[in-house]
Design a protein around this ligand. Structure first.
Ligand code: GLU
Ligand code: ZN
Length: 295
C-alpha cells in the first residue's frame, strides 16, 4: 500500500523525557505513516517554558534518533509560532467568538474545571486576562480508529476553554489545531489521554475552516495499580542501549506480532519489519502491562 498523501506527526512536550508510554505513541504514529509510505513530522510543543525540563528537548530528539524513529524535514518549534497564534486569537476575539476572563483560580475552584461562563458578557479588556473561546451547547463527536465513537457535549462537559492564558502563553488546544493544519497533518496518532481534548479541537477546526484529520488514540499504559504511566510518576528516560528490546515491548503493547529472534536486530531493521507488518486493527483499546514490562 502506498499513500504519499499521508502526513503524520509526533508532537512531544519537553516537560520531561520520553518514557515507555511516549515510545508506544511515537512508534504507533511512525509505523502508521511509514506503513503507507507517508511522511512523519516532528513538532516540539515548547509553548510553556515554566514547565519545560532543562535538557528535555535535546534528549527527546536524541532518543528518537537512537530508536530509529527518524522524521522528515526540519523540526517545528511552537515557540517560534507565536505570531500565528496571536493573529488567530485576535481574530476570534474581534469576531466575538472569544472573550477575556479575569477569574482567579480560587474563584473557579468550586466548578471542577468546567468554566461556568462568569465573564462571558462582561466585556473585559484583553490585558491581564485569559482569553476563552465560547463553546456551543452542542455534542461534538468523531470515530477514532481504535477507540471507536467518542462524543462530548462542549457546553456541559467542558465549558468555554482557555486559548491564551493570563500570563500570555498560548494554550495547547489552540496551538495544536493551528499547527496540525499548517503542517498539513492528515493523521493524528497519539495517547488516549488526549481523547477527551479532541472535541475541543474539532470545534476549533470547524471555526477556522480546517479539514478534520483522522484520529487514532493508542491505549494508555497503566500500571497494575491503575496509575497512568506519566511524566511525573515513575517515568524513567528510555535508555539508548535498550532500543531493540523496548521497541519489541512497545510492539507487543500495540498488539503487533513480534518475533523474539528480532531482539538481536538493530532498531532500524526492527522498525522496517514492523512497518511491513503493521496492523492498526490489532491495537487494543485498553492495556495493562505487567510490572516487569515497565521501565
Ligand atoms: N504535546 C502533547 C503531549 O506531549 C501531545 C499533543 C498531541 O499529540 O496532540 O502530550
Ligand atoms: Zn472569568
Amino acid at each position: 500500500m502506498n499513500n504519499a498523501s499521508y502526513v503524520g506527526r509526533f508532537a512531544p512536550t519537553p516537560s520531561g523525557f520520553l518514557h515507555f508510554g511516549s515510545l508506544v505513541a511515537a512508534l504507533a504514529s511512525w509505523l502508521d505513516a511509514r506503513a503507507v509510505g507517508g511522511r512523519w513530522l516532528l513538532r516540539m510543543e515548547d509553548i510553556d517554558p515554566p514547565r519545560e525540563a532543562p535538557g528535555a528537548q535535546a534528549a527527546i530528539l536524541k532518543t528518537l534518533e537512537s530508536y530509529g524513529l527518524l522524521w522528515d524535514g526540519e523540526v517545528v518549534y511552537q515557540s517560534l509560532r507565536h505570531d500565528a497564534y496571536a493573529e488567530v486569537v485576535a481574530r476570534l476575539f474581534q469576531m466575538g467568538l472569544a472573550y477575556a476572563c479575569t477569574c482567579s483560580r480560587k474563584q473557579l475552584e468550586p466548578y471542577h474545571g468546567i468554566y461556568p461562563g462568569l465573564c462571558r458578557n462582561l466585556c473585559h479588556a484583553q490585558e491581564d486576562a485569559a482569553i476563552r473561546l465560547r463553546v456551543p451547547e452542542l455534542n461534538y463527536h468523531f470515530v477514532d480508529r481504535v477507540q471507536g465513537r467518542f462524543e462530548q457535549h462542549l457546553g456541559r462537559d467542558v465549558g468555554d476553554f482557555v486559548i491564551r492564558r493570563r500570563d500570555g502563553l498560548y494554550a495547547y488546544q489552540l496551538a495544536v489545531v493551528l499547527d496540525d493544519a499548517w503542517q498539513g497533518v492528515t493523521d493524528i496518532v497519539r495517547g488516549a489521554d488526549l481523547l477527551d481534548n479532541t472535541p475541543r479541537q474539532l470545534y476549533l477546526q470547524e471555526l477556522l475552516g480546517f479539514s478534520q484529520p483522522r484520529y487514532l488514540h493508542v491505549p494508555l499504559i497503566t500500571q497494575p495499580d491503575g496509575h497512568k504511566l506519566g511524566k511525573s510518576y515513575r517515568s524513567a528516560p528510555l535508555p539508548p542501549e535498550q532500543a531493540s528490546p523496548l521497541i519489541l515491548r512497545a510492539l507487543r503493547a500495540l498488539g503487533q506480532q513480534t518475533d523474539p529472534a528480532m531482539a538481536q536486530a538493530r532498531p532500524a531493521e526492527l522498525l522496517a519489519h514492523a512497518a511491513r507488518h503493521w496492523s492498526a486493527e490489532a491495537i487494543p483499546k485498553r492495556l495493562s502491562v505487567p510490572e516487569a514490562d515497565l521501565c
